[in-house]
Design a protein around this ligand. Structure first.
Ligand code: KIV
Ligand code: ZN
Length: 522
C-alpha cells in the first residue's frame, strides 16, 4: 500500500532458516522461540521458520513456533518435491497465517551439475511444486535458486509459469552473492516489463553477501520494483551471510526521501533483537557493524565530538534511540524484585512464561548476592543458562576440580539424563584441556577443538567470563558457550553444550539433502 507516496516493502526474515544454516549457528528450540517472539515484536511481516524435511528437529521447531507465535505470516521451506511440500505443510498447518515457500534452481550451472535436468524439466517441476503447494495454501512463494546467474529470458519464462500456477510471491535469489547492484536492478526491471501477469505476484529478492553487496543489491532491486526483501538479523547466514535486516530497514527509513519506500518495522526493537540473535547463536556482532555494532554511534575524534555538541546532525544520520540503543544501562541488584527483572528482560527482548521467570528470578537472586551489580550482560548470561537447560542436554555438570600442576589435571563429575552419575579424571596441556579430556572420557565423544575464546560478559571487577568453544566432529562444526564467574567452569559448560549437541544430532535421522534431483517428482 502506498502512503504519502511511499510504497510498503514486505520484510521477510529468514534468520531461523537461512541464518541458522551458517556453520555453527544452530539454536535449540527454546532459543528459536525467543528469536521468533523478538521478530514478532519487531514487526517483521513474514518469518521463515525452517526447512521441515531437513530433520525431525527442524520439523518440530517449525511446528512448535507456528502453533505458539501469532502475528506474522509463518513460512516453511520445501524443495519442489511431494514429500518436501507435504512435510512443510504438516509442520505449518496450525499457524494462524502461513506461507509455503518452494524452491528450485534455474541457473545453467545448477541445471547441469546439481540437478542434471533440462530447462523444460525444471519448468515442469517448478509448476508442479507450486500447484501442489497451492492445493494446501493460498499464500505460496516460489524461489528460483541462483536466479542471479540464470539467463534472464529463461528466468522470465519460469516466473511467468509459476505465477500462472498460483505463486503469489516470486523470489529472485542471488544465492552466491554474485550480482552487481545495477545489473540486479536490470534483472528485476526486465521481469516487470516482460512477464505476463507479473502484477499478480509480489517480486521478492534474497541476496547473499559474498561480495559485501547484499544490502546494496536488495536496495537496487527495490528501486526497480521488488517489494519484498528477504534478510536476517545481524546478516547471519551461509558463508558471508545474507542481507542484513537492520541495515536494509534503516536505509529505507533514513533515505525515505530518496527511495520513497517504507516498512512496518518497529525500529526501536532492532538493537534488542540483534542481541537476542547474537546470544542465541553465539555469533557476536562486530564492533563496527552498521546500526547495531558497539561503535555504530560512537564518536571519538575531537572534530566529530565538537560537531555533535553543536548540532547532533552534523555527524549523525540516525539517532541511537531510533534503533533502541539507550545511553543508560539499568543496573539491577539484590533488592530488585521479580517485576523489575521481568520488565528489564522484556526490554532486552526476552518473554518468559511464569515458570521460567521464577527459575530465572531464583538464579538472579543467587547472582545478585555474589555480585553487587547485575548488568544486562549478566541477565543475558542467565537466559543462556535457561536455554541450555531447556534443551534437555544429555549431560549436566555436577562438579569439577582442576589444578595447573605438572601435569595439569582435572576431575569431573557429570550426570546423564537417565540418572547415571559418572566421575573421571584426566591430564592435559593445561587445566582447561584436562577438563575437556575428562568430559570426553565420560561422554565417549571425541571432538577436535577448532576455536576457543574468552571474553567478559559484563563490566566491572566481578564480571562474568563468557567462553566460546568451537569443535569439529564427523565433518561438522559445533559451537557452544558457557558463562561463569570462573573461567574453568565456564569452559566446562561450553564444552558440554557442544558435546550435548553432538549427542542429540547422532540420534536424529537426517534426510539426505544432497540428492536434490531425487527429492521426488510430483
Ligand atoms: O539462497 C537461496 O537461493 C535460498 C533459497 C532457498 C531461497 O536460500
Ligand atoms: Zn539463501
Amino acid at each position: 500500500m502506498t502512503i504519502d507516496g511511499h510504497d510498503r516493502v514486505t520484510i521477510f526474515d529468514t534468520t531461523l532458516r537461512d541464518g541458522e544454516q551458517a556453520p555453527g549457528a544452530s539454536m535449540n528450540l527454546a532459543q528459536k522461540l525467543q528469536v521468533a517472539r523478538a521478530l514478532r515484536d519487531l514487526g517483521v511481516d513474514v518469518i521463515e521458520l525452517g526447512f521441515p524435511i531437513a530433520s525431525p528437529g527442524d520439523f518440530e521447531s517449525v511446528q512448535t513456533i507456528a502453533r505458539q507465535v501469532e502475528g506474522p505470516v509463518m513460512a516453511g521451506l520445501a524443495r519442489c518435491g511431494k514429500e518436501d511440500i507435504d512435510r512443510a505443510w504438516e509442520a505449518l498447518r496450525d499457524a494462524a497465517r502461513k506461507r509455503l515457500h518452494v524452491f528450485l534452481a534455474t541457473s545453467p550451472i545448477h541445471r547441469e551439475h546439481k540437478l542434471k535436468m533440462t530447462r523444460a524439466q525444471i519448468l515442469e517441476r517448478a509448476v508442479a511444486g507450486v500447484s501442489r503447494a497451492r492445493g494446501y495454501c493460498d499464500d505460496v512463494e516460489f524461489s528460483a535458486e541462483d536466479a542471479a546467474r540464470t539467463e534472464v529470458d529463461y528466468l522470465a519464462e519460469v516466473v511467468e509459469r509459476v505465477i500462472e500456477a498460483g505463486a503469489t510471491t516470486v523470489n529472485i535469489p542471488d544465492t552466491v552473492g554474485y550480482a552487481m547492484p545495477a545489473q540486479f536492478a536490470a534483472t528485476i526491471a526486465h521481469l516487470k516489463r516482460n512477464v505476463r501477469g507479473i502484477d499478480k505476484a509480489v517480486i521478492s529478492v534474497h541476496c547473499h553477501n559474498d561480495l559485501g553487496l547484499a544490502v546494496a543489491n536488495s536496495l537496487a532491486a527495490l528501486q526497480a520494483g521488488a517489494r519484498q526483501v528477504e534478510c536476517t538479523i545481524n546478516g547471519i547466514g551461509e558463508r558471508a551471510g545474507n542481507c542484513s535486516l537492520e541495515e536494509v530497514v534503516m536505509a529505507i527509513r533514513t533515505r525515505a526521501d530518496y527511495l520513497r519506500l517504507r516498512t512496518g518495522i518497529e525500529t526501536k526493537h532492532l538493537y534488542a533483537t540483534s542481541r537476542v540473535v547474537a546470544n542465541a547463536t553465539g555469533f557476536h556482532v562486530q564492533r563496527n557493524k552498521a546500526i547495531v555494532g558497539q561503535n555504530a554511534f560512537a564518536h571519538e575524534s575531537g572534530i566529530h565530538q565538537h560537531g555533535m555538541m553543536s548540532h547532533a546532525e552534523t555527524y549523525e544520520i540516525m539517532r541511537p534511540e531510533d534503533v533502541g540503543i539507550h545511553a543508560t544501562n539499568l543496573v539491577l541488584g539484590k533488592h530488585s524484585g521479580r517485576h523489575l527483572l521481568q520488565r528489564r528482560l522484556g526490554e532486552l527482548g526476552y518473554h518468559l512464561d511464569s515458570a521460567d521467570l521464577d527459575r530465572v528470578f531464583e538464579q538472579f537472586k543467587v547472582l545478585a548476592d555474589k555480585k553487587k551489580e547485575v548488568y544486562d550482560g549478566d541477565l543475558e548470561a542467565l537466559m543462556l543458562g535457561l536455554f541450555q537447560d531447556a534443551a534437555h542436554g544429555a549431560w549436566h555438570l555436577v562438579s569439577l576440580s582442576a589444578a595447573s600442576g605438572t601435569p595439569p589435571s582435572a576431575a569431573v563429575c557429570l550426570e546423564h539424563r537417565d540418572g547415571r552419575r559418572l566421575t573421571d579424571a584426566a591430564t592435559g596441556n593445561g587445566p582447561i584441556d584436562a577438563v575437556f579430556n575428562a568430559i570426553e572420557r565420560i561422554t565417549g565423544i571425541n571432538a577436535k577443538l577448532s576455536d576457543y575464546q574468552v571474553s567478559s560478559a559484563t563490566a566491572g571487577e566481578d564480571a562474568q567470563g563468557e567462553v566460546l568453544v568451537e569443535v569439529e566432529h564427523a565433518g561438522k562444526r559445533y559451537r557452544g558457550r558457557g558463562v561463569s564467574t570462573d573461567i574453568i567452569e565456564g569452559s566446562a559448560y561450553a564444552y558440554l553444550e557442544v558435546l550435548n549437541r553432538i549427542a542429540t544430532r547422532r540420534l536424529l535421522t537426517v534426510v539426505p539433502m544432497e540428492a536434490e534431483a531425487l527429492c521426488g517428482a510430483i
